[in-house]
Design a protein around this ligand. Structure first.
Ligand code: EPU
Length: 450
């Protein structure tokens, strides 16, 4: 499909203003939460991205009516008539996203059973869902795995339980929250993830009538209630997309105002951005990011769960680090194989060497397991346009940044994947002055001039 290929003519700074809306890693989950309510929910600041479309489709299959509201980016979700969906229809969503796994708890509460298709999501590691199923078993669900998906049944009302996660998984924490709120009794979750998107989901659930205490030391206490209502919520802004544009500004020596970006959830990123030599200015409406001139500085970086440096910020930042003077060290501790995208950067002229050792202050789960999860980036490197195939969402956006920073033209294949998490990225790129072109547009022009 030619429209899945983008020609990027690099070498120009990105300059101007773009807007980010609600977080990809909150909005689809807040949509799932609507299933738990007796009445309709109103979710605002919803971006037009594929993960939202997938969840909308799945909700509709289960009898939830989903319509747009009067406000731009507003969805009204009415779960008054939740019903079982046809397994073949659900299965058609197999491989499309990781969100379907979060339907388990709400469907078990509403229907007593659930069918979850095979999951999609980015190929950045094994991405198992063992924690999710273990947690659901603890609540009292029975689980049967079949080749086309997983069947879950709750013979009776699910019961609150004590859970300690082996690792503070975002998805497993959300699974517990979405299940515990209507379970009988109290649930104690230890070693929970506390990413800002999780806290925003807790806000959504509290608005619905849930009782959730975010304790110290990654402990969350949930007191189950008998019934929840709908909610009215404005999704928190996408701090991951905001950081991607910040890195694009830095790598292309540009200047981008990201309307909607918020300091609170980006503090760790902003500190790192400043250490590398990037400049930023926060106001009430957004954050301006720019390259202030001069050399960028090499840094040592370790990804971690919140409040550490978010793994999804790592890939775009690595592109900017190829332009920093000296040796930067990157230790990826959340996913075992999120550095594979660097091969293509090397092909463009970067100097990045991967290591199996933990090159960071904290030894992580991957050090003894033979995963190439540390990188040394030697810069600055002149990047040259190349032929690139997008490997995953953030890696894909990083390739766009690299292509925009490079001299010459790059042909980037698989750009459709970026629509999973970046709203209208083509329009935004053009608004910032990027010279990008779809081969189909070029063919149209040739036809017109012929
Ligand atoms: N893990 C397990 N077993 C499980 C669940 C997780 O071993 O049952 C491991 C994973 O393999 C991984 C680690 O725990 O090594 C962390 O995974 P987590 O469950 O936290 O990730 P997730 O919920 O699948 C969400 C985001 C990711 C983001 C991570 C970490 C969504 C839809 N995805 O994934 O976002 O990187 O949390 O913050 O919310 C992205 O936006 O590009 C993206 C990949």
């Amino acid at each position: 499909m030619t429209d899945d290929v983008l020609l990027v003519h690099g070498g120009n700074p990105l300059e101007g203003e773009i807007r980010v809306r609600g977080a990809k890693n909150l909005v689809p989950k807040a949509m799932v939460a609507a299933l738990l309510g007796q009445g309709p929910s109103r979710l605002r600041n919803v971006p037009d991205i594929r993960d939202v479309k997938v969840v909308r489709g799945l909700l509709q299959l289960h009898g939830v009516t989903v319509r747009t509201g009067d406000e731009d980016g507003e969805l009204i979700l009415d779960p008054s008539h939740v019903e079982s969906a046809n397994v073949a229809d659900i299965d058609a969503h197999a491989g499309s996203s990781r969100i379907p796994i979060l339907f388990c708890g709400p469907l078990l509460h509403r229907l007593g059973h659930a069918f979850i298709p095979g999951l999609g999501g980015c190929d950045i590691g094994g991405r198992p869902v063992d924690f999710h199923f273990e947690v659901l078993r603890q609540f009292g669900a029975t689980i049967e795995k079949h080749p086309q998906g997983t069947y879950l049944v709750a013979q009776q009302r699910l019961r609150g339980t004590r859970i300690e996660l082996p690792y503070p998984s975002v998805g497993a924490t959300e699974q517990v929250l979405l299940t515990a709120v209507l379970a009988e009794g109290v649930t104690e979750l230890r070693n929970a993830a506390i990413e800002p998107e999780i806290v925003d989901l807790i806000c959504v659930l509290q608005k619905m009538g849930a009782i959730i205490t975010l304790g110290t030391d990654r402990t969350i206490l949930i007191t189950g209630v008998d019934e929840l209502d709908g909610y009215n919520h404005r999704a928190l802004p996408d701090r991951l997309e905001s950081a991607s544009w910040a890195c694009a500004a830095l790598a292309t020596k540009g200047d981008i105002y990201v309307r909607g970006a918020r300091q609170l959830e980006m503090m760790t990123f902003l500190n790192t951005f400043r250490k590398v030599g990037g400049a930023f200015e926060v106001d009430d409406e957004g954050i301006r990011f720019w390259h202030p001139g001069g050399e960028l500085k090499a840094i040592a970086l370790e990804t971690d769960v919140h409040p550490g440096f978010q793994t999804d910020w790592q890939q775009p930042l690595v592109v900017a680090l190829t332009q920093a003077t000296g040796l930067s060290i990157v230790h990826e501790t959340v996913y075992e194989s999120r550095l594979g995208f660097t091969g293509a950067l090397n092909q463009m002229g970067a100097h990045i060497q991967l290591y199996r050792e933990c090159l960071g202050a904290t030894p992580c789960r991957f050090g003894a397991r033979n995963f190439l999860h540390s990188a040394v980036v030697s810069g600055p490197s002149k990047l040259i346009g190349s032929e690139l195939v997008i490997p995953d969402l953030r890696g894909g956006f990083s390739y766009l940044i690299a292509a925009l920073a490079a001299e010459g033209t790059s042909t980037v294949h698989g750009i459709d994947l970026i629509n999973r998490g970046y709203e209208n990225f083509m329009d935004k790129l053009r608004d910032l002055g990027a010279q990008v072109e779809l081969p189909s547009e070029r063919a149209d022009e040739e036809l017109v001039s012929a």
